[in-house]
Design a binder for this molecule. Sequence first.
Ligand code: IPE
Ligand code: IPE
Ligand code: MG
Length: 249
Amino acid sequence: MSFLFSRRSKNNRKGDNIVLPEHIGIIMDGNGRWAKKRGLPRSAGHTAGAQNFRTITRYCSDIGIRYLTVYAFSTENWKRPQEEVSALMKLFKQYLEEALSDFKDDSIVVRFIGDTSAFSPELQDLIHRTQKESAHRTGMVLNIAMNYGSRDEIVTAVKSIAAHVKNGEIDIESINADTISSYLYTAGQPDPDLIIRPSGEYRISNFMLWQAAYTEFVILDKLWPDFTTDDLDSAILEFSNRNRRFGGV
Ligand code: IPE
Ligand code: IPE
Ligand code: MG
């Protein structure tokens, strides 16, 4: 059992000076390389990655994380070979069907961020049902970023703001950073405190560009299907030891 969980389950929070991030983002990267290393098709890596997503999500909820955002499919991932995109769509559908029953007894609120209108009607229906069935819950909010791209999110927000200026609902002078935040998919949620990227890539790949203004990053040289709850503990401990200044002293 991982460190943070056993700490929490022993109810040993007194004197415990670990700062838990309120919102964690995870760029679930490295599935393809994980499969390649094993001589398997890339789709096998995505299956292993989806399985790990379940493990890590449940763990985050157990240790008391309030918001978890996972990057599952980007607006740029459509560029991949048709075969891989189809395998991913199949996996999303299968996963959502399972998630509907799997998370049933959980308190997790499932939300989707991204332009989900690009998916098949069947997948959209599952997305809609999953959101609806979990909306009343009170536990951790899980944002699944699917067909998500931060630039696309910002463009959509700007268009809506412009339309509201045009029809007189918004006064240009009143627009500030909070206005922009309130037009993003993550409206009403705190910005991520910590973003974790496995797979050793030192880039953000169009993930939460606006929201990550003061986010702490932990990058580790491990592929997503190999990422464990102990790795999550280590990332949280590292975060907890960082000195966040937000431009102050
Ligand atoms: C992340 O793993 C999953 C998606 C982007 C859908 P990758 O498929 O990018 O794996 P690598 O980076 O090629 O190893
Ligand atoms: C980022 O990974 C997107 C997801 C994990 C869903 P990519 O594999 O698409 O990113 P790049 O291409 O390495 O920047
Ligand atoms: Mg990748």
